[in-house]
Design a protein around this ligand. Sequence first.
Ligand SMILES: CC(C)(COP(=O)(O)OP(=O)(O)OC[C@H]1O[C@@H](n2cnc3c(N)ncnc32)[C@H](O)[C@@H]1OP(=O)(O)O)[C@@H](O)C(=O)NCCC(=O)NCCS
Length: 188
Amino acid sequence: MPLLPELIVTPRLRLRVPDAADSGELNAAVIASFTELTRWLPWAQEPQTLAETEDYCRSSREKWLSDECLNLLLVTKSDGAIIGSAGYPRLDWEVPSFEIGYWCSTAEIGKGYVSEATYALAAHAFSQLSAARVELRVDDLNERSWRVAQRLGFQLEGLLRSDTRDANGRLRDTRVYGAVALQDLRSS
Ligand SMILES: CC(C)(COP(=O)(O)OP(=O)(O)OC[C@H]1O[C@@H](n2cnc3c(N)ncnc32)[C@H](O)[C@@H]1OP(=O)(O)O)[C@@H](O)C(=O)NCCC(=O)NCCS
């Protein structure tokens, strides 16, 4: 069995590994949120095709099974709608350390779903996966995203100046937020 979870349940959400049957609804959510996603996410530079979303769902399941990384869908408990994704896009089992990443459907922004999912992912990492460290890496210009980190109590550890280029080729400054114990964090 993988060490990484297949399902995490929060007060309002089920976070679960995608499967092929999710492709249509997930693709529609990505397309509907394109304007917001394309500004910040390298994988969202072109409108995603259904075949690409199917590949994403299949490879997410494979990567979960092999403990390589974790992509979970955000699914509302109230109506079962797919409203985004969150997970550990990068992890290091030697430390162990986990980076948390996320996106949310434009129509569902501003409801606290991402903070709720991020806290649950951090809590799972510390309590179930013996994490020594959980971190978020955010473009300094992406204020909505770094407000998630700050809301939950992640500590701003540094600003990596010109450490990468964004999807448009612009040099990007990256904020690094970290936590080394669940007690550092609050649920929102
Ligand atoms: C970054 C992103 C995920 C933030 O989404 P978000 O909806 O602002 O984040 P949350 O779900 O945590 O919601 C927080 C907002 O909901 C409000 N809110 C409402 N109910 C809430 C609740 N129960 N708990 C917490 N916040 C709540 C908060 O006040 C806050 O609003 P504010 O920012 O206007 O003050 C979203 O803008 C997005 O998907 N962007 C594109 C992709 C992206 O940038 N990904 C991150 C790359 S690093």
